[in-house]
Design a protein around this ligand. Structure first.
Ligand code: F0G
Length: 460
């Protein structure tokens, strides 16, 4: 008998401890929105029913991760938990120097404080917001060079996260002396959680060799990226995901990492690299602001949880469920007539708010409008990734971002299919009233990373 195939997505785990979530009324949610100045980062999380704000640090740890926490050794220097962590990282990313940090942006800040500076330019397929901010904070320029398909929400290209190799070549030819390193973000979060192919990474590597530049990975969602390579890239079908990850790592000189994503941590990250001099300079900055190099702002127990999480991140049953269940949400929204970025990414579904609300000018933040409406309708919290996040330039002027997206990020191993079915229903209601949703204006904002704290007012 051939292997029977079933339609239902089974979560490859059963529930071990539960957290209550609480429904609110629409009237209560309207009051919460007004009190938060329509900024969803300002809500109290217990007023949120389904929290799709981010997949960062919000996943459920496994039984084995909680068990590993008990092994945490809190020695200030030379903790065995550090070596367990270092070896688990090296099992996948074989870099000589593995420097723990409290989360991804700390790795970015440390590396950029050494490599960045005024007049420098850092290319990336697409900088995530904190990465961009950490480049710009040193006075350097953050240059996004994703392939043109990566900016077209409707393109079905299998690797929309790829770097535009011709554009990278042109930048390195014109401004080579200003470029301290080349970055590739896997998967490309700001571009829709889209993967980068191994072939493209090899192309980036060749250019880096030609121009003598180190290649760094922003590797938060490396396992999801590797799964897409296995599914979509010629010659990669059937391979062990861990081997694909090792191939990716072998092409790079180093990485920054937020362990709050694929490594299943609630906190943590690392900076890893081969260059001993650069590693020493980075460790000096680390000691100043994060901690001693064998804990880097984390507890020994966090390092143990991450070491175990890394093993779970590359398991095929998990990744199959992860990618299939995200696609299930994306497919359902499309059926409901909601334009979504295609193909569905690894960790999130992205609604194309600019297409859904054609009556709202990008400078009136269609993404913010959709995100506010999803909370008001059903208590679902999402995140604008568009002109609010990226529209403000360092000189204070404003321009529309490449896309106005709303991200429904799926925390790892946290929600079941019926939670997702509820989210789909809320989105169906959204589609019915999209044409009536207002634009917004910003009444108050900080100079950088404004999306976290800006105050908004609906335009009536
Ligand atoms: N790089 C990428 C691609 C990210 O998605 C993030 C975080 C970071 C770096 C920074 O890591 O938060 O640990 O300091 N992304 C989260 C998100 C916040 O919601 O997408 P961090």
């Amino acid at each position: 008998m051939s292997e029977p195939v079933f339609r239902t997505i089974i979560e490859p785990f059963r529930i071990h401890s539960v957290e209550p979530i609480r429904m609110t009324t629409a009237e209560e949610r309207r009051a919460h929105l007004a009190a938060a100045s329509y900024n969803l980062f300002q809500l109290h999380a217990d007023d949120v029913l389904i929290d799709l704000l981010t997949d960062s640090g919000t996943g459920a740890m496994s039984r084995d991760q909680w068990a590993a926490i008990q092994r945490g050794d809190e020695s200030y220097a030379g903790s065995p938990s550090y070596f367990t962590f270092r070896d688990a990282v090296r099992e996948l990313f074989d870099f000589e120097h593995v420097i723990p940090v409290h989360q991804g942006r700390a790795a970015e800040r440390i590396l950029m404080s050494v490599l960045g500076g005024p007049g420098k330019a850092v290319p990336n397929n697409t900088h995530f917001d904190t990465t961009r901010a950490n480049v710009e904070a040193t006075g350097a320029e953050a240059v996004d060079l994703v392939v043109p398909e990566g900016k077209d929400p409707a393109s079905l290209h299998p690797f929309k996260g790829n770097m535009d190799l011709a554009a990278l070549d042109a930048l390195l030819a014109a401004r080579g002396a200003d470029v301290p390193c080349v970055f590739v973000t896997i998967t490309n979060n700001s571009g829709g959680g889209q993967p980068v192919s191994l072939a493209n990474l090899r192309g980036v590597r060749e250019l880096c060799d030609q121009y003598g530049k180190p290649l760094f990975l922003d590797a938060c969602r490396f396992a999801e990226n590797a799964w897409f390579i296995r599914e979509r890239e010629e010659g990669q079908a059937g391979r062990d995901v861990a081997d694909i990850v090792r191939d990716i790592a072998a092409l790079a000189d180093g990485m920054t990492m937020s362990a709050k994503k694929d490594p299943m941590g609630n906190i943590g990250g690392w900076l890893a690299l081969d260059d001993p001099d650069l590693a020493q300079e980075c460790r000096n900055v680390l000691i100043l602001t994060e901690g001693f190099p064998t804990y880097g702002g984390l507890a020994g127990r966090d390092l143990e949880a991450l070491a175990q999480g890394l093993k779970e991140a590359v398991q095929h049953d998990y990744l199959r469920y992860r990618i299939t269940s995200t696609a299930y949400l994306g497919d359902a929204l499309q059926k409901a007539g909601i334009p979504v970025l295609e193909p569905t990414g690894g960790h999130a579904v992205y609604i194309d708010a600019r297409a859904l609300l054609p009556h709202v000018d990008p400078l009136h933040y269609p993404g913010q409008s959709v995100a506010v409406a999803l909370y008001e309708l059903g208590g679902v919290r999402t995140c604008e990734i568009g002109t609010v996040m990226f529209g403000r330039r360092p000189d204070g002027t404003e321009r529309p971002a490449a896309m106005d997206l709303v991200r429904l990020a799926v925390p790892r191993r946290t929600y079941t299919q019926s939670h997702i079915d509820y989210v789909i229903e809320v989105c169906e209601r959204l589609a019915e009233r999209a044409h009536r949703l207002p634009g917004y204006r910003i009444s108050e904002e900080p100079k950088a990373l404004r999306h976290f704290t800006a105050r908004f007012e609906p335009l009536t």
